[in-house]
Design a protein around this ligand. Structure first.
Ligand code: NAD
Ligand code: MN
Length: 358
């Protein structure tokens, strides 16, 4: 029997609720499959730990994660703690040392889900957004001087390295090549940002020469928002910087029906360290504790995790369960206009997995 060790970090708010749901479908997936077992190890890292100890995770937290095959993450963020502290104290404190440089965000309109764009045929909105996840605008460099004085200055420096841009471009072209349409859109802003973004464009053109079978084009990020809304069919695989893809992928999630559905993977494609899988949404204080958080984004993320650890059949089974849920309006949570609870959706997913005879 294959064994996989999974670190489980629910975090805060609805992260705790959707990750509990995710663990139930993962257990059901292993049970139905019969070929593998999951050792799901919980970690109490997050805002509660910060209030108690002054740190979101132990100093050697990232190293503790190295002995796992993958990480399932919920969300971090609390109303009484500044968001930059939570982000840098937990999520980036894991992604950066583990060098999970490729953030992958598949987006498509699942059966039964209504896009704000109206009636779409399957395939009209079927994208993979590749986000640079290790440098760029979120490199963490910059500073503040003359605090509180009229001459106060604050800077955030974007950092683009040849090696960093090259590896994400190669990953994006490989991702595009593996999809039927073999089409990559490279998002840029080199008209205004004349150093890092020009390097970005140059390396994209260099890498493109190694992928003659992939069609590629270049879009300015502002024009890209218009194209996503007006011509979703024209897009397939998309690569963008850390900041640009952060924004574009929330738009993509909304166009695909709800931020509660969208999954993401923080990958180390070279597999030197474990990759991390999480819904793209945050801790959603407004609905925490109400039992109505949509767990589908976590289920989809868990399916990506199963695929990554080599359990493709279980991943496909879990995605079939997800599509059965979304196709049934009685299983829609309030973010989708329905009345279902997290628990009802999870029970339906577990039943679909255990009863899947495909
Ligand atoms: P959010 O994603 O938490 O919530 C935005 C809106 O979407 C809210 O109305 C919320 O109720 C709704 N929503 C989100 N997920 C949902 C789900 N699964 N089911 C139903 N509705 C859902 O974003 P926010 O309000 O900007 O941020 C709240 C906190 O989360 C902040 O502290 C922020 O820093 C943090 N955050 C964390 C992450 C992360 O951990 N990766 C990502 C985004 C935001
Ligand atoms: Mn975001």
């Amino acid at each position: 029997m294959r064994q996989h060790r999974i670190a489980v970090i629910p975090g805060d708010g609805i992260g705790i609720e959707v990750v509990a749901a995710g663990c139930r479908v993962l257990e059901a997936s292993a049970q139905r499959d019969g070929g593998f077992a999951l050792d799901l190890q919980p970690f109490d890292w997050g805002s509660e730990r910060y209030r108690r100890t002054g740190a979101f995770m132990p100093a050697d937290g990232a190293d503790q994660l190295r002995r796992f095959d993958a990480i399932l993450f919920g969300a971090v963020g609390a109303p009484d703690i500044a968001d930059h502290l939570t982000l840098w104290g937990l999520r980036l404190a894991i992604c950066q040392p583990l060098d999970q440089y490729a953030n992958v965000r598949p987006t498509r309109v699942l059966p039964g889900i209504r896009s704000p764009l109206g009636a779409l045929d399957p395939g009209d909105l079927d994208w993979v957004i590749v986000r640079e996840n290790s440098e760029g605008e979120y490199a963490g460099q910059g500073g503040r001087s003359h605090r509180g004085l009229p001459e106060e200055v604050a800077t955030d420096v974007s950092i683009f390295t040849r090696a960093g841009v090259k590896r994400i471009m190669r990953f994006a072209f490989e991702t595009a090549r593996a999809r039927p349409r073999k089409r990559l859109t490279i998002v840029t802003k080199s008209n205004a940002q004349r150093h890092g973004m020009v390097l970005w464009d140059e390396i994209a053109a260099e890498v493109a020469r190694d992928f003659p079978d992939v069609t590629h084009d270049k879009m300015l990020v502002d024009a890209m928002t218009v194209r996503m809304v007006m011509k979703p069919q024209s897009l397939d695989t998309i690569v963008a910087t850390n900041l640009h893809a952060d924004i574009l992928s929330d738009l993509a999630a909304a166009l695909a029906g709800s931020i509660g559905i969208a999954p993401t993977a923080n990958l180390d494609p070279e597999r030197r360290s474990p990759s991390m899988f999480e819904p793209i949404h945050g801790s959603a204080f407004d609905i925490t504790g109400k039992g109505i958080a949509n767990p589908v984004g976590t289920f989809w993320s868990a399916a990506m995790m199963l695929e990554h650890i080599g359990e493709g059949a279980a991943a496909a089974r879990l995605m079939r369960a997800v599509e059965r849920i979304t196709a049934d309006a009685a299983l829609h949570t309030p973010d989708l206009g329905g009345q279902a609870t997290t628990d009802a959706v999870t029970a339906a997913a577990v039943a679909a997995i255990l009863g899947d005879n495909a």
